[in-house]
Design a protein around this ligand. Structure first.
Ligand SMILES: Cc1ncc(COP(=O)(O)OP(=O)(O)O)c(N)n1
Ligand SMILES: Cc1ncsc1CCOP(=O)(O)O
Ligand SMILES: [Mg+2]
Length: 280
């Protein structure tokens, strides 16, 4: 697979065997590929190296059949052994430079980040993409604090390499993540734990496509902004202002807080976010 195809992905799927008892990893991942998964990662935190290697071989063959990049979490050596397309590293894993030396210039290196400083360091160090998360708390990564959609928005503003939002993303909250500025998402349990992973992938892809189509131009506090926010509430989140005391004026009319979630935005709208300054 050529490097240029790597940036095309918008829906990233990761294995999680414990989410689908009675079904094999290969069968579930094939379902996700049928549903349109655009990049696959093998993540096996409990198996032995031999077990990971066996799964990697099988998923390498499967992803090749569907012409989708194949990434392995934590094991650069198994990447080489199975000719996978790349590795995903954590902040505590080997440095990017060392992975690059091992894997050479053509394989993909992704790294998890939890704040903008880590993201900019990853970019400087030559990562091909970063994970941004966990956006929401998730049982798939217990004990890891959520970075919230504020970090998604920061990444969208400042990171130039591809970034994928991950962590607790479901059909119920994906629009908030897209509105915050993500255009690539990774969902683990919601997809591989679904009774129909192919249909779940299709549903996520529809939301990703709708998010891309719905881009509009609004004037926010006097500045033109391009946004995929559908509602006033999503725009506030995208602006990273959700925890601030605000009054919002849309086209000169104040929108009550209780109506933000249902007040739709359209191109050409003029919106003022006015901060309360505490007095007394
Ligand atoms: C796309 C993506 N983002 C983040 C992670 C998490 O990786 P890491 O921080 O190394 O943690 P573990 O997955 O190893 O528990 C990921 N795997 N993929
Ligand atoms: C591996 C990982 N890294 C950050 S969040 C996460 C797990 C995401 O899984 P889910 O989509 O089930 O919340
Ligand atoms: Mg890891």
């Amino acid at each position: 697979m050529g490097r240029e195809a790597w940036n095309d992905f918008r829906l990233y799927v990761i294995t999680a065997e414990s989410n689908h008892p009675g079904k094999s990893v290969v069968d579930v991942i094939e379902q996700t590929l049928i549903g349109g998964a655009q990049i696959v990662q093998l993540r096996n935190k409990t198996g032995s190296r031999d077990e990971v290697l066996e799964q990697a071989k099988a998923l390498r063959e499967l992803t090749r059949k569907y012409k989708v990049p194949f990434i392995i979490n934590d094991y650069p050596d198994i990447v080489l052994e199975t000719d996978a397309d790349g590795v995903h590293l954590g902040q505590e894993d080997m440095p990017i430079a060392e992975a690059r030396r091992l894997l050479g210039p053509y394989r993909m290196i992704g790294i998890s980040t939890h704040n903008l400083q880590q993201a900019l360091a990853a970019e400087r160090d030559g990562a091909d993409y970063i994970g941004v998360g966990p956006v929401f708390p998730t049982d798939t990564k217990p004990g890891r604090a959520a970075v919230t959609t504020s970090y998604v928005t920061e990444a969208a503003r400042h990171v130039t390499i591809p970034f994928v939002a991950i962590g607790g993303i479901t059909l119920g909250n994906v629009d908030l993540v897209l509105a915050a500025g993500a255009n690539r998402i990774c969902s683990v349990s919601a997809i591989v734990g679904s009774h129909d992973p192919a249909a779940m992938c299709r549903s996520f892809l529809r939301r990703l496509e709708a998010g891309a189509e719905e881009s509009k131009t609004v004037v926010m506090n006097g500045r033109e902004e391009h946004t995929r926010a559908r509602t006033v509430e999503q725009l506030v989140i995208q602006a990273g202002q959700q925890n601030k005391k605000l009054v919002i004026e849309l086209n000169g009319i104040i929108v009550q807080r209780a109506l933000w979630a249902e007040t739709e935005l359209k191109s050409g709208d003029s919106i003022e976010l006015v901060h309360f300054v505490g007095g007394g």
